[in-house]
Design a protein around this ligand. Structure first.
Ligand SMILES: *Cc1c(COP(=O)(O)O)cnc(C)c1O
Length: 357
């Protein structure tokens, strides 16, 4: 039976990425050695790092004046690194979920944090829109895709202060106007690579403006100056990330990704809205994520939750359990998830409805 991988992270990767990485684990770039056992300073791996940075710039159309970094530590380390490097006195945060909250918590170690708005009272089922960012904030931090709750900011907003975005779970899902951002970061394990590498896109001119001393490894400047090779980078995940970038290009780039993601999401949201057994947890269409689609049983069918889960599992649906703070179901529909998998889940919901009616 085909298994459809709806896991929220680590998550589905293109078959191309898995196969090319498997080959390089055995014999990397004709060296006769595994990519896991050669020097990161050898010419073969330096070429991988250079190409991965170049492809990031090409696919995202990154303007001059920005650096691309591949680091360890996950997006969670970026929560503190952003503040360490950018927060002098005051920073503004939009509270759209657990990750946004954790980012804010770290920033408080470095200065004043203004929460401009929050959707916590509604279990984060919408993106707040009515707020003002203080003009004297050093930066404004947003989480573009809220992996747990299934909400997403799908446009690049204008901002009166430098804009910082956690794009862990929607990077490469659509074209992004990088020039609107001062810094973008994310863990790669949602839409790009296996766990272990964190990407950062940073506008060089925003650095060097804080007064405090920054420890070497937590200073973006260290990694910019050494092309992400100050210390040993996560070699295997960087190699795999490059394969995914090649695959995205081959598919037609980010416009093609966006089109496919919109089509996939439409299949599932349409079924959620049509099927009387289910309802979406995010009602406002504008806020609905194209990457993580959350739904629950409709009130009168609440007791069927486990039965549907078992039924879907028996049909090959994997990773659809919702996060414990939301309950119900979450189907993650990242770039590499084929449309057929989304259709299979929608069919499964239809079939379950027919059984219960
Ligand atoms: C998964 C996730 C994180 C945490 O990433 P780690 O790499 O595990 O630290 C942060 N932000 C968002 C939006 C995420 O989806």
């Amino acid at each position: 039976m085909k298994v459809h991988n709806f896991s929220a992270g680590p998550s589905v990767l293109p078959q191309f990425t898995i196969e090319e990485t498997a080959k390089a684990v055995k014999n990397f770039a004709g060296t006769g050695l595994s990519v896991m056992e050669v020097s990161h300073r050898g010419k073969e791996f330096v070429a991988v790092m250079d190409e991965a940075q170049a492809m990031f710039k090409e696919l995202l159309n990154i303007p001059e004046g920005y650096s691309v970094l591949f680091l360890g530590g996950g997006a969670s380390t970026q929560f503190l690194m952003v503040a360490y490097n950018l927060l002098n006195k005051k920073a503004a945060y939009l509270n759209t979920g657990a990750w946004a909250n954790k980012a804010q918590k770290e920033a408080k170690l470095f200065g004043e944090v203004v929460e401009v708005a929050s959707s916590k009272e509604a279990v984060y089922n919408y993106i707040p829109k009515d707020y003002e960012v203080p003009a004297d904030a050093d930066y404004f931090h947003i989480t573009t895709n809220n992996t747990i709750y299934g909400t997403e900011i799908k446009h690049d907003m204008d901002c009166n202060v430098p804009l910082v975005a956690d794009m862990s779970s929607d990077i490469f899902s659509r074209p992004v106007d990088i020039s609107k951002y001062a810094l973008i970061y994310g863990g790669a394990q949602k839409n790009l690579a296996p766990a272990g590498v964190t990407f950062v896109i940073v506008k060089d001119e925003i650095l060097g403006q804080v007064e405090r001393e920054i420890p070497t490894m937590l200073n973006y400047r260290t990694h910019i100056d050494k092309d992400s090779m100050f210390n040993t980078p996560p070699v295997l995940p960087v190699f795999a990330a490059l394969q995914t970038l090649k695959w995205i290009k081959e598919q037609g780039g980010l416009e093609a990704m966006q089109k496919m993601n919109e089509e996939k999401a439409a299949i599932l949201y349409n079924e959620i809205d049509r099927n009387p057994l289910f309802k979406g947890t995010v009602v406002n269409e504008e806020d609905r994520s194209l990457m993580n689609i959350c739904f629950v049983m409709n009130d009168e069918y609440k007791e069927l939750e486990k039965e549907f889960f078992d039924f879907a599992t028996s049909k090959g649906m994997s990773g659809i359990k919702g996060h414990r703070s939301v309950g119900g179901f979450r189907a993650s529909t990242y770039n590499a998830l084929p449309k057929e998998s989304v259709q299979a889940l929608a069919d499964c919901m239809k079939e379950f409805e027919a059984m219960k009616k």
